[in-house]
Design a protein. Structure first.
Length: 170
């Protein structure tokens, strides 16, 4: 199997589909949580007082003089403060401007790291018939002998390839 076939065997469409399903499930869970928060904010009421009014009016203060100065001291202008009773207004937290946060996935990345290696192997055989005559001195005379030899050479060369990275964006 070649490097090209190894790359074609990577289930990239399946990985994209699985990532999209996981994002959809995650987004749905986030949305449900935000909707639950929205319901709580829409039901929780409080008394809101839109304004507080204080009315100022003149309130003269009559001064008394020290002994011996007489009673010809004019009154001093004073100020009285009257608080007008505020009317509270019922509001929900949502009406008051508190909003839930709705999150959204904007960027998704798939990283695929592969390590592909290739190994080449070869085998060579060589059959060499070898006939030789040996002379032996015996009472029976010289005897011919035949020998056969096989030479086998095996080599194996690993060929490592660099790791590959494929990226997909959603």
């Amino acid at each position: 199997m070649g490097v090209g076939q190894d790359l074609l065997n990577v289930p990239f469409p399946q990985m994209i589909f699985s990532m999209a399903q996981a994002i959809a499930k995650g987004q749905l869970a986030l949305d449900k949580s935000s909707i639950e928060t929205l319901k709580v904010l829409a039901k929780t009421e409080f008394d809101w007082i839109p304004e507080i009014t204080e009315v100022l009016f003149p309130k003269p203060i009559k001064m008394t003089g020290a002994q011996g100065l007489g009673s010809n001291i004019p009154p001093v202008t004073g100020v009285g403060v009257e608080l007008q009773e505020p009317q509270p207004v019922k509001l929900t937290l949502l009406q008051a401007g508190i909003n839930p946060t709705f999150y959204q996935f904007t960027d998704s990345i798939i990283e695929v790291k592969m390590s592909i290696s290739s190994q080449t192997s070869s085998e060579n055989s060589l059959d060499v018939p070898l006939t030789c005559r040996l002379r032996q001195t015996s009472s029976l005379g010289p005897r011919p002998s035949a020998l056969t030899s096989t030479i086998t050479r095996r080599t194996s060369t690993p060929t490592p390839l660099r790791g590959l990275v494929c990226c997909g964006r959603n």
